[in-house]
Write a protein that binds this ligand. Structure first.
Ligand code: GDP
Ligand code: IMO
Ligand code: MG
Length: 427
């Protein structure tokens, strides 16, 4: 019953899409368990580049069944256009399964996301504007719309009415916007019902039966540990649980079934949107990381904030996720620096702190304590094994491993599927 969780160990965009795709050929199911189309996962196969938002990256592996679990929030129009985009490129998407319990991102959730951010002004979170937060808020408030509601017009209408009752008051009276008509929303949602019908399934049952049958199931996280609603840099977070526990609730699989938890870790750090980021660079090094690493958002096209590797965060990710392995990505991007600073601890109000402070105030005051590691100048994109790496690159990886608290079992040296050094097998 091998069940693996693969998740972001930093603030997202660590290269989860590539890592999932790499394993996709050897697993039977790839499951998204949280988030929605706020995610942007880039997968490069040969000379083809795919940008996935809602679909699990396993969709590109023919033998693999992609699953959208109950914990995901689904924008049906985005899903359908992603599916047709892939179909046009010859990708077979017919195996996709969608949980009937997944919540739907309605048009009014997208509106509320955008107007709330505008209202917050300089205190905004910098969300992706895809309606993620408001949809999860509706779920928790018990006024959400689920995929299964598309198949009962009367229930759907009642639920949309209930949701809009309060929202229209807020939209018109607080935000000075026009009210949204119930009929219009219901009509739009019903147009998706037939198109999605072939995919809707009891995914909890399917996945648990698969595990009983010894199939290999991979749970693919969106976002990252520091964007987790409980364990991240709240309130500058997303509205779901990308951390390992989220895989259990977001897919309906018990924790006893999970055998391996792999943290995807970039060899430096990036962040999109607002919030604290101790190792952020505002100089030529930051600009160089952005340029060489191609650090521009796949979903919103925003430039990513860039900084050096932060071992405090990596240790924290190991702890809150129970990581068994790391997949270190984008090591190639660091080629060419004479010295590479790595943050080993923070200085907070004159004190040296080794672990992530739980207090938001402390974290906002955290200044990185750096150790300089010697760099390398050789091109490493063709490296196939650890020993192919220059000595200083090997030492950089070993130092990160020691500081981060879990073995580095694979190293990315380029965006392509084959630009990976496998050290320990994941399966
Ligand atoms: P995700 O959201 O975690 O799936 O990551 P993104 O796709 O948003 O961002 C990661 C970017 O890095 C993508 O453009 C990938 O193609 C690219 N990438 C992944 N691994 C590597 C690597 O090892 N080296 C390089 N140079 N690029 C990589
Ligand atoms: P992947 O899966 C990086 C960030 C947004 C914002 C915050 C809240 O590609 O790693 P939301 O729209 O989720 O309410 O925005 O979370 N964010 C991401 N940052 N990668 C992502 O996904 C992200 N998804 C959300 O920028 O700061
Ligand atoms: Mg991304």
């Amino acid at each position: 019953m091998p069940a693996l969780v693969l998740l972001g160990a930093q603030w997202g965009d660590e290269g989860k899409g590539k890592a999932t795709d790499l394993l996709g050929g050897s697993v039977d199911y790839v499951v998204r368990y949280q988030g929605g189309n706020n995610a942007g996962h880039t997968v490069v196969v040969g000379d083809q580049k795919y940008a996935l938002h809602l679909l699990p990256s396993g969709i590109l592996s023919p033998g693999c069944t992609p699953v959208i679990g109950n914990g995901v929030v689904v924008d049906p129009s985005v899903l359908l256009s992603e599916l047709s985009g892939l179909n046009e490129r010859g990708v077979d998407t017919s195996k996709l399964l969608i949980s009937g319990n997944a919540h739907i991102i309605t048009p009014y959730n997208v509106t509320v996301d955008k107007v709330t951010e505008r209202f917050l002004g300089k205190r905004k979170i910098g969300t992706t504007g895809r309606g993620i937060g408001p949809t999860y808020a509706d779920k928790i408030n018990r006024v959400g719309i689920r995929v299964q509601d598309l198949y009962d017009e009367s229930i759907l209408t009642q639920k949309v009415e209930a949701a809009l009752d309060v929202k229209n008051q807020i939209l018109t009276k607080l935000y000075n916007r026009r009210a949204i008509a119930v009929d219009q929303v219901v009509e739009e949602l019903l147009t998706y019902a037939q198109k999605l019908a072939p995919y809707v399934a009891d995914t909890v049952l399917v996945l648990n039966q698969a595990l009983e049958d010894d199939k290999v199931v991979l749970f693919e996280g969106g976002q990252g540990t520091l964007l987790d609603i409980d364990h991240g840099t709240y309130p500058f977070v997303t509205s779901s649980n990308p951390t390992a526990g989220g895989a259990c609730t977001g897919a309906g699989v018990g924790p006893t079934k999970i055998s391996r938890v792999i943290g995807i870790l970039k060899a430096y750090t990036t962040r999109v949107g607002a919030g604290p980021f101790p190792t952020e660079l505002f100089d030529a090094d930051g600009e160089a990381l952005r340029r060489i690493g191609g650090e521009r958002g796949v979903t919103t096209g925003r430039d990513r904030r860039c900084g050096w590797f932060d071992a405090v965060i990596a240790r924290y990710a190991t702890r809150v996720n129970g990581l068994t392995d790391f997949f270190l990505t984008k090591l190639d991007v660091l080629t060419g620096w004479e010295q590479i600073p790595v943050c080993v601890a923070y200085e907070i109000d004159g004190r040296r702190v080794e672990e992530l402070p739980y207090s938001q105030t402390d974290f906002h005051h955290a200044k990185p304590v750096y150790e300089n590691l010697p760099g390398w100048s050789e091109d490493i994109t063709g490296a196939k094994s650890f020993s192919d790496l220059p000595k200083n690159a090997q030492n950089y990886v070993k130092a990160l491993e020691e500081m981060s608290g879990a073995p580095i079992s694979a190293i990315g040296v380029g965006p392509g599927r084959d630009e990976t050094i496998e050290i320990n097998s994941f399966l």
